[in-house]
Design a protein around this ligand. Structure first.
Ligand code: GLP
Length: 254
């Protein structure tokens, strides 16, 4: 893993947005894997900003979001589909036909997950997957457990994860759906490059276990150690328990 520490989340967002813009310029048909949560908000702001200032052309870009709440439709303001619309898709020239989501209202979860796996394969796989990390080491909605589902599946959310998502539901964890559809760790590990962003003290322990810990289903993020092309963007608080030898680059921008 290549780890980089930034002074402020804005700097990490700017570096990642510039990188995505460069990749889209080099390959206009880039396939992006996208994450939700609070962490990528500055990244999406910056991408919108770059689109307005430099006109990055998203028209041939394909996207696949990592996960979606089970039982929520795209019009529900708490759905990840609505989040992506608010933060990115409504503001750039992305082609709606190239935007892919798991359907939280699908009649059959298993068939919906199989459909998503096929769609990713038909798009030629994901070139660059953006990830956040849960405070308990979850990735997407792959929660710590005795065993993991490798592929896209219906996941039961931990109380901690529902609390962490409460801000999207009027700060009421009981309104956060109890289940979600999520890419599996094998789906995620098939992306050509993975960029994980973790900010703040609440992610310190999860980052430490992801970087230094044993591979364990108790910390789904630890499986990223198996991937040859993982970049981790941290702030100082999230990087606090990572030993210096693991840090290949330290960016201390003014
Ligand atoms: C959520 C999402 C993840 C996200 C994580 C961290 O439950 N399913 O994809 O990375 O939790 O969220 P945040 O960035 O708000 O801390």
């Amino acid at each position: 893993m290549k780890l980089t520490v930034f002074r402020h989340e804005r700097e990490a967002a700017a570096v990642l947005a510039d990188r995505i813009a460069a990749e889209v310029a080099a390959n206009p048909a880039l396939v992006l894997g996208l994450a939700t949560g609070r962490t990528p908000v500055p990244l999406y702001q910056r991408l919108v900003d770059l689109y307005r200032r430099r006109g990055i052309d998203f028209s041939r870009v394909t996207t696949f979001n990592l996960d979606e709440f089970w039982g929520l439709g795209p019009d529900h303001p708490g759905s990840y589909r609505a989040y992506m619309q608010r933060h990115l898709f409504a503001h750039v020239n992305i082609d709606p036909a190239r935007v892919h989501f798991l359907n939280g209202l699908a009649p059959d979860a298993e068939r919906e997950c199989a459909r998503y796996e096929r769609a990713i394969a038909e798009a030629g796989g994901i070139d660059l997957q953006v990830l956040g990390i849960g405070g308990n080491g979850h990735i997407g909605f792959n929660e710590p457990a005795g065993a993991l589902n490798a592929r896209t599946h219906l996941a039961v959310l931990k109380p901690q994860t529902r609390r962490a998502n409460a801000s999207f539901f009027g700060n009421d964890a009981s309104r956060v759906p109890a289940d979600a559809l999520s890419m599996g760790m094998a789906t995620i590990l098939q992306s050509r490059t993975v960029v994980l962003v973790a900010m703040g003290r609440g992610k310190r322990r999860a980052v430490e276990r992801m970087v230094h810990g044993p591979l364990t289903t108790r910390v789904p993020a630890s499986f990223l150690q198996l991937h040859p092309q993982v970049e981790v963007l941290l702030d100082e608080a999230a990087a606090e328990s990572v030993t210096l030898s693991a840090l290949s680059v330290t960016a201390a921008n003014p």
